[in-house]
Design a protein around this ligand. Sequence first.
Ligand SMILES: NC(=O)c1ccc[n+]([C@@H]2O[C@H](COP(=O)([O-])OP(=O)(O)OC[C@H]3O[C@@H](n4cnc5c(N)ncnc54)[C@H](O)[C@@H]3O)[C@@H](O)[C@H]2O)c1
Length: 358
Amino acid sequence: MSETQEYINGMRPGPLTREIPECMRDKYTVVQAIIDVIVFVIVGAGYVIQAIYRTIVGKPKKDLKGGVAVVTGGGGGLGSLIALRLARLGCTIVLWDINKQGLEDTVKLVKGIGGKCYGYVVDLASREDIYRVAKKVEEEVGKVNLLINNAGVVSGNYLLDTPDHLIQRTFDVNILAHFWTVKAFLPSMIENNDGHIVTIASMAGHVGVAKLVDYCSSKAAACGFDEALRLELETKGIKGVRTSLICPYFIRSTGMFEEVNSRFVPQLNSNEVADRIILAIRTNEPFALIPGYFRVLLPFKWIVPWPCISELIRGLVPDAVPVTPVTPTLPTPLPEVDLKRESRPMSLLPPVRPDRHV
Ligand SMILES: NC(=O)c1ccc[n+]([C@@H]2O[C@H](COP(=O)([O-])OP(=O)(O)OC[C@H]3O[C@@H](n4cnc5c(N)ncnc54)[C@H](O)[C@@H]3O)[C@@H](O)[C@H]2O)c1
């Protein structure tokens, strides 16, 4: 059996590892495991006490002044609300969106409150576009220390009625773009030991919903992306770069799930969601489920029988997309696809939305 440098006969390396005689190694492994468990319980209890203390007393909020924040999908919806709040806190805002008009409107809004704001037209479904504009941003604006992967799309149809190119696009924008943006900006964050990567996922990343098969699976991937990335940074001992996962329920007035048929749990107010996201960033929260009581409800998913879960989800969200979007079939050969018109979420004129008061 080959033994790696790190693990010798299943034991962690330590000063005694090599000196322990073969006949004693099993015993040592058991003793080491017991010590590991005891240490874990003590350290874990410390973290729990610290979390309870911080919940009661409140967490210290970090100062975002002087930072450079990239907000993808910042040309409308939640992205523009987040941008306005970050500008108020003194960040320079860099908005990325495919929607030129939305970008211009949000840039005006941010400048209107005295913020510094730059808008870049980017197609997040294109890796080349992401890398190209990321380079441009670093040259023209400066090093980015806050990345908010917020842009998202939804096809909103039964799987068998969803054309392949829309499924592909959902994954391109909702998750693959996160890989490319993080690869573009993380190196300088690590270099400066200062950074924060925010993943706007969804409750749909934890719970499946009919007509949202591509959306739910892309959001589940986004949840996995955040957690694995956070662990990777911690494993590498990079303390200055944080990540936050944001999972909201359906939001009112952003455009994405405007007609959703949701019972019992009211749709969220977009301003309150934006406030919650800013709080999560400022307090380095690893994840925020919105509303918060879903933290208690979600684990039941793995405990109660599936028919209960199915009844509950179908009762809660009888129809996620009651008005089926018109999906044009793609003629061959592929033309320049008008991504904007084919996708549901595109919020065209963000500033005129009813609860866009910040
Ligand atoms: N609205 C909800 O109910 C809800 C619930 C949970 C999570 N979310 C998530 O919150 C985020 C923001 O959603 P929203 O409600 O503000 O939606 P929205 O449609 O209002 O905003 C999404 C933005 O992303 C941009 N975008 C879409 N495709 C793009 C592309 N290829 N390249 C560049 N930009 C592109 C759009 O132009 C738009 O400005 C999304 O990730 C969404 O999945 C929304």
